[in-house]
Structure formats: C-alpha cells, structure tokens
Design a binder for this molecule. Structure first.
Ligand SMILES: [Fe+2]
Length: 258
C-alpha cells in the first residue's frame, strides 16, 4: 500500500512540474467591440524555475497574438531581484504600454530598496511604471486611460486621487492584487480590470483553489470575474511561487478584446 501511495505521489509531482513548465495556455476574453486587443502577462516569477528559454517562448507567443497593447501585472521575479533586469529587458521587447509591481518585486530588500531597484530597471528600459498613478495612451485613435496602484499587500496602494478622464474612451485598472478593487477602486469607473497575484490557486483540486492569498477568492479568484458588474480578468499567471508545481491552474497569457 505504501508503494502505491509513493507511486501516486510521484505521478502527481511529475504532473505538477510538467504543467508548470511546459503548458502555456492562452485565455481570450471578449469585453467590447472597439477592435483593440490587449495582451496581459503577470506573475512570471523569473528565477531558477522560470528559465530564459521559457520567457522567450512566452514572448514569442505574445507576438503571435498581435496585440495592440501589452500590459504587465507584476511579480516579475522569484527569490530576490537577481533576475529583474533579465526578465524586464526581455519583456521590454514587447513595448509594454504600462507595468505595475507585485509583492515579490518589492519584498526582498537585501540590497536596499527593492522597489526602487525594480523602478530603476523599468526606467532604464523605457517601461512606463505605474505607481499609484495613471497614464493615457492612444491606440487606433481610441484614448485609453490606464491606472495602476502600488502593490496592495506589501506597499501602500492608493488611487483615491485618480478619476476617470472625461476624454478617455476606455479606462483600464491594472492592479497586481485583485483585493485592491473592493478596498481601493470602488470609486473608479473602469471598463476592465486586469489582475494577477492569485495564480488561480496554483495548486488546486481539479480547479478548486486550496488558497489564493486573496480575501475574495470566490469573487476574484481566477478567470473572467465581475465586480459590481464590471469585468475583472484575474490571470493564473505564468510562473510559480514557493513550489515549482501547478495542478489544474495552468500558466496563461490573457488577451482581452476591447
Ligand atoms: Fe505571483
């Protein structure tokens, strides 16, 4: 009997490693009909278990999707800032319109302020970093306002001073942590929110997350959710944290047609 359990455990672990390392899903969401395609990447957790080769595959897949706009949702690194430049340098080839930081990008401060280090990397690569701020971009003659808070778990996330620009045709909320929506974005009249952080549970029982590090795991746990009628995409992300395993929460690139 012990041998059966050991064999079953080995199969599950091998499955989990393979799902995390080799599966790359594309999840598509139709939000509107203006003809703008956004690609959204989050939670790469670049490090020992997310190789440059895997990162190249992700970038190639995004390029094949021909997005009009690329947005980055944070948690670029795992286990410290060592891979921040390598990861963001590769992602900068996608010319992201905006990025926010995640809790993993700022939690390691062995070499001074990790937040400042990550921000400096973004600055040097020309990646617009939102930090309790917003920007406006033009895509195909349509004005998009993109608002991004600091990380809601490890930092001070605040968008109370941001309002929808009357000239904006579309407003997007780019927040690493979906819990910011109930706690800090109730006043924002956004058309779409893009979040990550939960990894869709990462380890699930056939799709039911055991934990998501979110207070709103039922409402904002994964996939295309709704908050007060507004669409919120919560990506399963691309990398892993703590354990290099995924069970029925496959790595995913999200696209949203607006
Ligand atoms: Fe993450």
């Amino acid at each position: 009997m012990t041998a059966v359990f050991a064999a079953a455990a080995a199969v599950l672990i091998i499955w989990g490693i393979c799902e995390a390392r080799f599966i790359l899903k594309g999840r598509h969401h139709r939000i509107g009909t203006r003809g703008i395609r956004i690609a959204y990447l989050s939670d790469l957790h670049c490090g020992f278990f997310f190789s440059p080769k895997r990162l190249e595959k992700v970038i190639q897949r995004v390029q094949e999707l021909s997005p009009d706009l690329v947005l980055l949702g944070g948690d670029y690194v795992e286990g410290g800032p060592t891979y921040a430049r390598e990861c963001l340098e590769a992602l900068s080839r996608l010319s992201p319109a905006a990025a926010v930081l995640g809790n993993h990008d700022i939690q390691d401060s062995r070499k001074g302020s990790a937040r400042e280090a990550a921000a400096a990397v973004c600055r040097s690569l020309g990646i617009p970093l939102l930090y309790n701020s917003c920007i406006t971009v033009q895509v195909k003659g349509i004005t998009l306002q993109i608002a991004g808070p600091a990380d809601a778990r490890r930092d001070t996330a605040y968008l109370g001073h941001i309002r929808r620009d009357p000239s904006a045709d579309i407003m997007i909320l780019l927040s690493h942590n979906p819990d910011f929506i109930p706690s800090g974005a109730q006043h924002l009249d956004f058309d779409l929110a893009l979040c990550g952080h939960t990894h869709g549970g990462q380890i699930t029982l056939f799709g039911r997350p055991l934990t998501t590090h979110s207070k709103y795991r039922k409402e904002l746990g994964r996939g295309l959710c709704r908050w007060k009628g507004k669409p919120v995409v919560v990506s399963c992300g691309l990398g892993t944290t703590i354990m290099p395993l995924r069970f029925f929460a496959s790595p995913s690139i999200e696209t949203a047609d607006l």
